[in-house]
Design a protein around this ligand. Structure first.
Ligand SMILES: Cc1cc2nc3c(=O)[nH]c(=O)nc-3n(C[C@H](O)[C@H](O)[C@H](O)COP(=O)(O)OP(=O)(O)OC[C@H]3O[C@@H](n4cnc5c(N)ncnc54)[C@H](O)[C@@H]3O)c2cc1C
Length: 400
């Protein structure tokens, strides 16, 4: 097999572009193959068009994986500070939103432009609109047959992403290729995704669509404090998107399913607050009192279905404790998720057991690498997923 390049990267998203420019900077002849008509589509649509490109607090604790240690090495060697340095070198203005999340001031187009400029400077060849027919491995490396011709290289990097947002070019290609080369692929499911409700659970809340409530969402040992938003079909908003990655569909009563619980007065001692209200306004009804702390329509709905509504003075201590208990542990019975159509990420993927954590290279097939979302490493909402794409792309780009 005669090599046409040193490195072939499949997929021109965040991870693939970072890998390509890093390898190119080392003097490697890099070919990047992208089947969509342009690279970086998810970067363009991310962060509402302003790309939440990293999180200054990113650490391994912000990622889900069957092996929570796998992401440590790459994240430690390419940190948010490295990417910020790149962004600043290209004169891209940015700002910090909540919790260390960094966004472009103007447009995510600038991030794609920056990556393309870096690729051009490193003489990376980029082919868009290029469908992959087959990938073979033999003496001297990999042969990739595509709609744009046949290419060969000793290193092949798979950066084809996960299954979320198929309309943006997402495919299961990377998983199929992993299996072809003897890699295990862990079950995939939608993450950072709105949850759906059904039956009486949906009927009770459907007309609250558009109402936002600050909550602390709990599932198992994990919790996130942020807003929940009622939608026509269920619930969304950052607190729900975050907890969705930890939630498994299933009967909440069974061992497989986990009930979601919401603290509706996050950061407050509900019991102490109710006692205070009872002392200060004994004639006020519970729904009026709750309307001071929660959106009025939601407070009323709570008092129609989940809480007994009467003047505060009429609650004895056990009853008021019961109200506090419900407010701190309101059960949310989700029936499913909105699926890959709207999910920001795909959980699961190529099993990290078969990969080197320092180079991302396959333990089975020398020269084969998997990076970014196709791997079983998934970040929280807030810039963590791009940081994994940059870090894993950089690790492979330094080795391939
Ligand atoms: C709406 C939305 C908003 C988001 N916002 C943020 C955010 O603000 N911050 C954040 O950190 N994360 C965000 N994410 C998550 C983030 O976009 C992904 O985690 C990240 O893009 C993963 O990078 P990747 O390079 O692994 O995959 P991708 O960016 O998905 O890139 C994979 C590329 O491979 C190509 N490809 C697929 N199959 C083939 C094939 N067979 N042949 C050739 N090419 C192929 C695809 O077209 C695509 O260009 C968001 C996701 C979505 C959907």
């Amino acid at each position: 097999m005669t090599a046409t390049h040193d490195v072939i990267v499949i997929g021109g998203g965040a991870a693939g572009l970072m890998c390509a420019l890093t390898a190119g900077q080392r003097g490697r002849r890099v070919l990047l193959l992208e089947h969509a008509n342009r690279v970086g589509k998810k970067i363009l649509m991310s962060g509402g068009g302003r790309c939440n490109f990293t999180n200054t607090g990113a650490s391994p604790a912000n990622y889900l994986s069957a092996n929570p240690h796998y992401c440590k090495s790459a994240l430690a060697r390419y940190t948010p500070a490295h990417f910020i340095e790149l962004v600043e070198r290209h004169g891209i203005a940015y700002h910090e939103k909540e919790l260390g999340q960094l966004f472009c001031d103007i447009s995510s187009k600038l991030i794609v432009r920056m990556l393309l400029d870096e690729c051009a400077a490193a003489q990376v060849r980029i082919e868009t609109g290029c469908s992959i027919g087959s990938v073979q491995h033999g003496d001297g490396g990999f042969r990739v047959k595509t709609s744009g011709g046949s290419f060969a290289a000793p290193s092949l990097v798979v950066a084809s992403g996960g299954l979320s947002i198929p309309s943006m070019g997402a495919t299961g290609f990377g998983y199929e290729l992993a299996r072809q080369f003897g890699h295990a692929v862990l079950p995939t499911r939608a993450g950072l995704v709105p949850l759906t409700l059904s039956g009486k659970h949906q009927e009770r809340l459907q007309d609250l669509s558009g109402v936002a409530v600050p909550v602390e969402a709990h599932c198992g040992k994990q919790s996130f404090r942020n807003f929940m938003l009622f939608t026509h079909r269920g619930v969304s908003g950052p607190a729900i998107l975050q907890i969705s990655s930890y939630w498994q569909p299933g009967d909440p009563a069974s061992a497989a399913g986990q009930t979601l619980r919401l603290d509706l007065l996050p950061g407050q001692d509900a019991w102490a607050w109710l006692r205070e209200q009872q002392n200060q306004r004994p004639a006020a009804e519970l729904k009026t009192v709750l309307s001071d702390a929660l959106p009025r329509r939601f407070a009323q709905r709570l008092c129609e279905i989940w809480l007994p509504n009467r003047p505060m003075r009429q609650y004895n201590e056990p009853q008021l404790r019961q109200v506090a208990q419900t407010l701190g542990n309101w059960p949310l019975v989700a029936s499913g998720t909105e699926g890959y159509r709207t999910a920001e990420v795909t959980l699961g993927g190529v099993d990290t057991d078969g990969l080197s954590s320092s180079t991302m290279m396959s333990r089975h097939v020398p020269g084969l690498y998997f990076i970014g979302e196709v791997v079983d490493v998934t970040g929280w909402l807030g810039g963590y997923n791009f940081q994994w794409a940059w870090a894993s792309g950089h690790a492979a780009g330094m080795a391939a």
